[in-house]
Ligand binder design. Structure first.
Ligand code: NAP
Length: 295
């Protein structure tokens, strides 16, 4: 019997990994390590898996959460602060070692190994630490969520009366992939793939300009993608949706530098091979999002 521990199971990705892992192994073989066990969803409570508390910021809790695990999925911490994020991931890797975990799976991101994107730096630090840990590992470079398109289009939401999305530096292809497909693929990959770095992407790349055109045709009104200077992008976007600060926007600007280097313009067939079916097309996710947002 192999015991699995899944972190982040209340989140968008981890909840899907759990959903599909439950189709592959008995619930009695699965433990979920939750940051906040009182926030366990009804699906988790009804599934029959064991629930433990595991806070990446509290190593002692991770010792208890990972005890007896053979395979551990570390879902990356949802923070933009590089140092904090890396420290949390190191805490989880160290705890996995202490607990005698046999194989650690880590959810990294699909930017390049020499990425200029700020977002990728914490993942690259973690990848290096995990590889040097001596643990058997699999690094899953998860593709960019199709559901996150509005974030890359600078918070373009169709319900708003907005005709331009302003970005700095460069547009570029992104091999968007749905969180559902990533969740199922990640669950299936937890059967093997020792000491490998895998790239999980959608089956085609689509640029932000192409997405703007798709939204225009869905809405019947014009949306233009404008590539401006970094200062102009900051001026236009600061204070929009969720009130991104200037500091955040300047950090996020590095994402568009990475697009200009085609870092996300890479299609890898692996996910489709693992799922043995077609992936959910980006256009389907976009249609769902646009019709939801204009309701
Ligand atoms: N590929 C992409 O396009 C993309 C996009 C966005 C993010 N990401 C990255 O991928 C990860 C997974 O994505 P997601 O959509 O599942 O994110 P999410 O929905 O924000 O889920 C994050 C999970 O992390 C848990 N968590 C928060 N603080 C923690 C702590 N101190 N210790 C342990 N767990 C903690 C959360 O628990 P609670 O529910 O209790 O807070 C939640 O279960 C994110 O965390 C982020 O690093 C990737």
């Amino acid at each position: 019997m192999t015991k699995y521990v899944i972190t982040g199971a209340t989140g968008g990705l981890g909840s899907r990994v759990l959903k599909y892992l439950l189709k592959l192994v008995p619930a009695s073989d699965i433990i979920v390590s939750l940051y906040n066990p009182s926030g366990a969803t009804q699906e988790i409570k009804d599934s029959g898996v064991e629930i433990r508390r595991g806070d990446y910021g509290d190593p002692a809790s991770l010792d208890q959460a990972f005890a007896g695990a053979d395979k551990l999925l570390i879902v990356s911490h949802p923070s933009m602060t590089r140092e904090l994020r890396v420290q949390h991931h190191k805490n989880a890797i160290d705890a996995a070692k202490r607990a005698g975990v046999k194989h650690v799976y880590y959810t990294s991101l699909a930017f390049a190994s020499d990425s200029v994107a700020f977002l990728m730096q914490a993942h690259l630090d973690t990848e290096r630490y995990l590889k040097a840990s001596g643990l058997t590992y699999t690094i899953l470079r998860e593709g960019i969520y199709s559901e996150a398109y509005a974030f890359y289009l600078r918070f373009f939401y169709p319900a708003e009366d907005k005709s331009e999305a302003v970005i700095p530096y460069s547009d570029g292809g992104i091999a968007w992939v749905s969180r559902e497909d990533l969740g199922e693929g990640t669950a299936r990959i937890m059967g093997g793939f020792e000491n490998q770095t895998l790239l999980l992407t959608g089956s085609r790349s689509i640029t932000l300009k192409e997405i703007a055109a798709k939204i225009s045709s869905l809405l019947g009104r014009d949306l233009r993608l404008v590539i401006a200077s970094e200062d102009e992008y900051v001026r236009v976007n600061v204070g929009k949706d969720g009130q991104p600060s200037e500091e955040f926007l300047r950090t996020w600007a590095t994402t568009y530098k990475a697009l200009g280097r085609s870092e996300l313009n890479v299609v890898d067939p692996l996910l489709q091979q693992v799922l043995v079916r077609e992936l959910k097309p980006f256009d389907e996710t976009l249609k769902e999002a646009v019709s939801f947002q204009v309701q």
